[in-house]
Design a protein. Structure first.
Length: 123
């Protein structure tokens, strides 16, 4: 039979020990909220050049199909087969990032510079 411990007098732990046990959950909550805020801050502008990232095992034709289905204009191929650099087609007013996500893209980022940081090498 398990032995019960006598109730303490409040000097051995108390509320501090109870809050200490919640620390991992609080850290996880803070990290999750920080990640959501970061993704919201890096959401691409509607008319920006965007880096479209798919699953690591996707090939270039599948990524091109995603871009075509979303109505994007291909700017460059990425260094890897699952990365494309695209822009919104001239005269289009659609939300390209939402269309790319709807077509199956895993991640859509604002691509800095004219070709983006994930563009392929020319040499």
């Amino acid at each position: 039979m398990a032995e019960r411990l006598p109730p303490g007098d409040g000097t051995t732990g108390g509320w501090a020990a109870e809050w200490r046990s919640l620390r991992p959950a609080a850290l996880l909550l803070a990290a999750s909220l920080g990640g959501i805020a970061l993704l919201g801050a890096i959401a691409p502008r509607p008319a920006a050049t965007m880096a479209v990232i798919g699953a690591p095992w996707w090939d270039a034709p599948r990524m091109a199909a995603i871009a075509v289905a979303a109505g994007a204009r291909l700017v460059d191929a990425g260094r890897f087969d699952n990365v494309l650099i695209v822009r919104r087609a001239e005269g289009e007013d659609t939300d390209l990032a939402a269309a790319l996500y709807g077509a199956g893209a895993w991640l859509v980022l604002d691509a800095p510079g004219p070709r983006g940081c994930l563009a392929g090498f020319s040499g």
